[in-house]
Write a protein that binds this ligand. Structure first.
Ligand code: G7M
Length: 234
């Protein structure tokens, strides 16, 4: 099994051990809570097609009603956690970011290279909030992130998959950098949005992500699915 992300915020504070032997990657979670068990159990998935209106009426109120903890993000940005792991930083408060290895990557081999760029600016929840105003930030992440990765790990931009998740697990804008040859969890078409495409869309239409329909999958136990069901949208 591979590492999985946790939309509910449980799981990363618990001791986890992951290791690779040849082609098998194993994850041990101990102690495992009920939430861990639910997370790793196979569940039915439903595809949601969220219009701009759905976002305003269903998803946004849901996000605002939840206490998704993004303290770990602020701790990284404020150098209270993982400061020694930072690969690159552009400190500009509006257009800067921190590039850091993702929790899922042990940095022992570049085959499964996985880093995240976390923007310094607070309040950009997800892809849905992006407008042309954010192009300088997104272009910095793209260019400087790739430059830092080739310098440190020898992997060029053409060998990287650079993308955002929608829905993300954490509503503070961040961008994933993974090795192109690695089928990272969450790089499927119903979740990953290539940063280069995002930049292109915003250059054509500043309001693109407020207007477009975004498709994503939700597990049967996810509260957001219930909200879409109650609204008759699934
Ligand atoms: O886009 P989405 O929200 O799904 O992705 C969040 C990413 O943040 C995942 O790839 C997680 O593995 C990663 N991540 C989560 N936590 C709690 C941490 C952390 O504390 N440190 C680091 N470096 N990455 C994390």
């Amino acid at each position: 099994t591979g590492w999985r992300e946790d939309r509910n915020g449980a799981g990363f504070n618990s001791p986890c051990i992951g290791w690779c032997t040849g082609k098998i990657k194993t994850t041990v979670v101990y102690p495992a809570t009920e939430k861990h068990l639910q997370k790793y159990l196979r569940q039915e998935l439903s595809l949601i097609q969220e219009t701009g209106e759905d976002y305003k009426k269903i998803t946004l109120p849901f996000i605002e009603s939840q206490s998704f903890s993004i303290q770990w993000v602020y701790n990284i940005l404020e150098k209270k956690a993982e400061a020694d792991r930072i690969i690159y930083e552009n400190p500009d408060p509006a257009h800067g970011f921190v590039l850091i290895p993702d929790l899922k990557w042990n940095q022992k081999q570049v085959d499964d290279l996985y880093l995240i760029a976390i923007c310094h600016c607070r309040g950009i929840k997800s892809l849905r909030d992006l407008t042309a105003e954010h192009l300088p930030l997104l272009k910095n992440i793209s260019r400087e992130g790739k430059e830092a990765i080739v310098k440190r790990f020898g992997i060029g931009g053409a060998q990287l998959r650079v993308y955002l998740h929608y829905q993300p697990s954490y509503y503070h804008l961040h961008v994933h950098f993974t090795a192109l040859g690695y089928d990272a969890p969450g790089c499927t078409v119903e979740r990953a949005h290539l940063l280069s495409d995002v930049i292109d869309h915003l250059e054509r239409d500043s309001q693109y992500y407020q207007k477009c329909t975004l498709t994503f999958a939700l597990r049967a136990d996810e509260p957001l699915l219930k909200k879409f069901q109650e609204a008759g949208r699934v």
